[in-house]
Design a protein around this ligand. Structure first.
Ligand code: 13P
Length: 259
């Protein structure tokens, strides 16, 4: 059975005191990982170090929300993968819809970022997902194929073993409109089939595919019980210890009933 990953993407939220307080609450609660579940928080850059200090030694791992593809150098305002590794990050998110659609990152830029992060030894959460108009036009699978095809270009199976794909339909992010369990399962199964043909069936069976978009404690168990949903990338509900823990509890239940 695949290890579930419950990841909090804090986005551009919290201040130092609230970030540390939240991280401390999670570290207290998860000194040990729940069985079969991996936990991750992705704070804004300035809080990576203070958050790492309080989660060190707990089951909560550290990730960043993006990074630049170049090694350290003259790139004002950017953050290098080397720096993320240096401050204790295990993971980095790439290709989040807000990076694609608000900050204008193309599939090609996302691919360069994914490759650079993998080369520096980080695990990558590669986000893909269609916009509402694309879903309504019946183009969901086409959009996912394009984002995967370019996002994973020139990444062989050994390197791609450190990639977790996150299916985040843009229309579900921050809207309170969660994908139905069937919509999520169908997109995830499509992604897994794509991975099987791009790499191989064994690779696809081991690959983890997260769902993101309005995940809450109340809807998490049903989503996580779907056979191809291997965790959650949580935005708003990851900003409060209670709701993030509620989602982890739902993951524990979903795993127990999957038996
Ligand atoms: P919300 O959980 O706030 O909808 O955000 C999802 C997301 O974008 C996680 O990366």
């Amino acid at each position: 059975m695949r290890t579930l990953l419950i990841a909090g993407n804090w986005k551009m939220n919290l201040l130092r005191s609230s970030a540390v307080e939240l991280a401390q609450a999670l570290a207290n609660r998860f000194a040990q990982p729940p069985e079969g579940i991996e936990l991750l928080v992705c704070p804004p850059f300035p809080y990576l170090i203070p958050v790492h200090e309080v989660i060190a030694g707990s089951a909560v791992q550290l990730g960043a929300q993006t990074s630049y593809f170049e090694p350290p150098g003259a790139f004002t305002g950017e953050v290098a993968n080397e720096m993320l590794v240096d401050v204790g990050c295990r993971y980095v998110i790439q290709g989040h819809s807000e990076r694609r659609h608000v900050l204008g990152e193309s599939d090609t830029v996302v691919n360069r970022k994914v490759r650079a992060s993998l080369q520096r030894g980080l695990r990558v959460i590669l986000c893909v997902g269609e916009r509402l108009e694309e879903r309504q036009a019946g183009q969901t699978e086409q959009v996912l194929d394009r984002q995967l095809e370019t996002g994973l270009r020139e990444i062989d199976a050994a390197a791609a073993g450190n990639v977790v794909v996150a299916y985040e339909p843009v229309w579900a992010i921050g809207t309170g409109v969660v994908a139905t369990e069937q919509q999520a399962q169908s997109a995830h199964a499509h992604i897994r089939n794509w991975l099987a043909s791009r790499y191989n069936p064994e690779f696809a069976r081991a690959a983890r595919i997260l769902y993101g978009g309005s995940v809450k404690p109340q809807n998490a168990e049903g989503l996580l019980a779907q056979p191809d949903v291997d965790g959650a990338l949580v935005g708003g509900a990851s900003l409060k210890a209670d709701s993030f823990c509620g989602i982890v509890d739902a993951a524990v239940r979903a795993r127990a009933s999957a038996g």
